[in-house]
Design a binder for this molecule. Structure first.
Ligand code: AVJ
Length: 322
């Protein structure tokens, strides 16, 4: 093993202030109002999300880690040797570590993450533990078509790792689009290792998005704190509340910021009125049955090669191939 620390360079394609303003202008003009969940993840938002993962009600992370721990060898065997691992929305890196520990001679690790701080923290730690795996972080919005760094466009087998049920944040047509995009980004002989939260009773799901300690509430409201700071909006944080309800018919948690009073919010010279109790949609967290997900994969030109689950079938880790 080399003793030299790796020289890690970030390929920075972070959306700028203008993009964010444009997104927010559009979202506040929409009927009903709607802001994309990726706006949660500034530095504080990423830290709050890590804290959500530790809440007793938030079963997703704990269950996924347990699945990865129990089946690491089997999962690594399914992926095969010498893969380039591209991770979308890399979080704290715990699951990635388990994967890299078990993979046979991984060729490179390419984390793609919108939060620069989260990206740098996790990749720096991984570089220490895996000094022989080239690290190529990309700071970008993975929902936009991604050109892999030139240095990595070798004919390597590419496996995309998309943990955490992040796919659940996208409505079905967008989820399908992302799977199709990933299908083109993975190579022939590659695949997609994806974490998918499963349908279950409403009480368990709703509790996960309404933790007693109020961390999820703070996480949701932080989107407004962030926008006030970054693009100069004047949201009155105390006049909005967090609401997360399970829509069983659609199979998803729908999270909104609800205005507790009639109020105007400004962005530059524009003004946007919220009625009392008006809800602004900020996140979907879709839940799938194994059949739902297999059907969507099939529509994207993919088939489910393997599924790993916990004993209670709360969460699944699935390997998709062409
Ligand atoms: C990171 C998208 C999987 O939807 O469960 C957690 C984000 N939002 N609590 C999820 C989240 C509120 C989370 N994902």
């Amino acid at each position: 093993m080399s003793a030299q620390p790796q020289d890690i360079r970030v390929d920075d394609r972070h959306p700028d202030i203008e993009d964010t303003m444009q997104t927010v202008r559009r979202g506040l003009s929409a009927k009903p109002k709607k802001l994309p969940s990726r706006l949660f993840y500034d530095e504080r938002g990423s830290a709050l999300f890590e804290s959500i993962c530790e809440q007793p009600e938030y079963y997703l992370t704990r269950t996924e880690i347990a699945i990865m721990r129990e089946h690491a060898a089997d999962i690594a065997a399914a992926l095969g040797p010498e893969v380039r691992l591209v991770e979308y929305g890399s979080g704290s890196g715990i699951k990635t570590r388990m994967l890299l520990e078990h993979l046979e001679s991984p060729a490179a690790y390419v984390p793609v993450e919108i939060s620069r701080s989260a990206l740098m923290e996790s990749v720096a730690a991984l570089a220490v533990q895996f000094p022989d795996v080239p690290m190529q972080p990309v700071c970008a919005d993975f929902t936009q078509p991604l050109r892999l760094p030139v240095a990595l466009r070798s004919p390597r087998r590419t496996v995309i790792y998309f943990p955490g049920s992040t796919i659940g944040n996208f409505e079905s047509k967008d989820a399908l689009k992302i799977l199709r995009q990933m299908r083109t980004e993975m190579s022939a002989g590659g695949g997609i290792l994806i974490g998918v939260d499963l349908k279950k009773d409403t009480a368990t799901i709703e509790a996960a998005y309404n933790d007693a300690a109020g961390v999820t509430r703070d996480f949701t409201l932080n989107m407004l704190v962030r926008l006030n700071r970054e693009i100069g909006t004047d949201f009155d944080i105390d006049a909005f509340r967090h609401r997360a309800r399970y829509n069983a018919l659609a199979g998803r948690i729908e999270t909104s910021l609800v205005s507790t009073t009639r109020q105007d919010v400004h962005l530059g010279r524009e003004s946007f009125t919220f009625a009392e109790n008006e809800a602004m949609q900020v996140e979907y967290s879709c839940k799938y049955s194994l059949d739902d997900f297999a059907l969507m994969a099939e529509k994207a030109g993919l088939s489910v090669e393997k599924v790993w689950m916990d004993a209670e079938r709360r969460f699944s880790v699935q390997y998709l191939v062409r």
